[in-house]
Design a protein around this ligand. Sequence first.
Ligand code: COA
Length: 398
Amino acid sequence: MALAQQQTGGLRHARTGIELRPGLDGVPATQSAICDIDGEKGLLTYRGYPMEELAVNSSFLETAYLLIWGELPTQDQLHSFEHEVQMHRRVSFRVRDMMKCFPASGHPMDALQSSAAALGLFYSRRAIDDPNYIYKAVVRLIAKIPTMVAAFQLIRKGQDPIQPRDDLAYSANFLYMLTEREPDPLAARIFDRCLMLHAEHSLNASTFSARVTASTLTDPYAVVASAVGTLAGPLHGGANEDVLAMLEDIGTPDQAGAYLDHAIAEKRKIMGFGHREYRVKDPRAVILQSFVEEMFDEFGHDNLYDVARALEQEAESRLGPKGIYPNVDFYSGLVYRKLGIPRDLFTPVFAIARVAGWLAHWREQLGANRIFRPSQIYTGSEPRVWMPIDGRVSAPAA
Ligand code: COA
């Protein structure tokens, strides 16, 4: 018996009467004290602190600490967290050797997902309720993910990964491992701020995936691996790669209007625009735009920025009335490009940041766990009689 009934306004579950909301749009799926978004006003807070204040005053590791443990650390707590992360940056030679077997043409997000999952082989999952295990897992994941992203970049170029440098802070060390050069302090500072901006964003697709995985009480490496896989899609973290391709396609600012008209006529999404939560410009896009300008003042202009600004202006009248404005991915690619980060590493860089949010949600989920098991509205066939193979006629695949 099909458990569905069509009513005005949507499909409802016949037994419970609950309306199906595709994409769970607007449906609360958990409670959380980690991050709040006011999509009408364009406000974003982590544990109550406005993003704008954190971006100026904090660092990525301090923000990660805040997200995961709930309060800003004292000087001692921060020092010890930074020290622990620094001590765990190296990854086992076995993981590096495994990465050497990956095809160089593979996407770095696939490499990251596989290596994050592989970490679970090294660190037992049996202590999931032990606070020391939780602390160490947090430290290890935050410390090792950047090392693995940088390692794959060098491995696919046929080189050996560079070991982390203990005299460099978290973000400077990542840029060093990636580019084989010690970064300019401004570049390292802006990269660190980008990580803060991307660290958490409530129950987005990858975080939801992390919480669902966490709710089975599996290990945190599996939680992060499943979230990395979810982040990889072009409707989520993968959009910032596509934004740059789109800006290059448009070519010059005077082509922006025509590009938009054409894309809208063809019902194509404009990459880097639109957000389920925001009806105004994403506050992170506003901050990132200021980083872009700061970087250009110091390191030289990028003409694609002019194309981006023209596109944003042209989109105001065409998409603004529907509440579609630039999101976090619109300007982040321009920052990363200036930092010399290859385009297909933009999403892995997003993952380096978002691991903080995923781990905060992992902890929160463990604190009041109930396994996720939503229902569905069955739309398949009524029960039917088994048909022996020689009595079947071929039917088009559903
Ligand atoms: N460009 C053009 N139109 C867009 C759009 C975009 N980037 N994003 C949404 N819309 C339009 C849709 O076409 C739809 O219009 P319609 O009602 O006339 O059919 C309406 O806005 C709602 O779109 P929908 O896809 O249902 O919104 P959503 O809340 O499910 O999707 C995103 C949110 C982020 C997936 C969506 O905006 C998107 O695909 N953006 C581009 C990819 C991107 O930048 N992702 C990064 C997100 S941080």
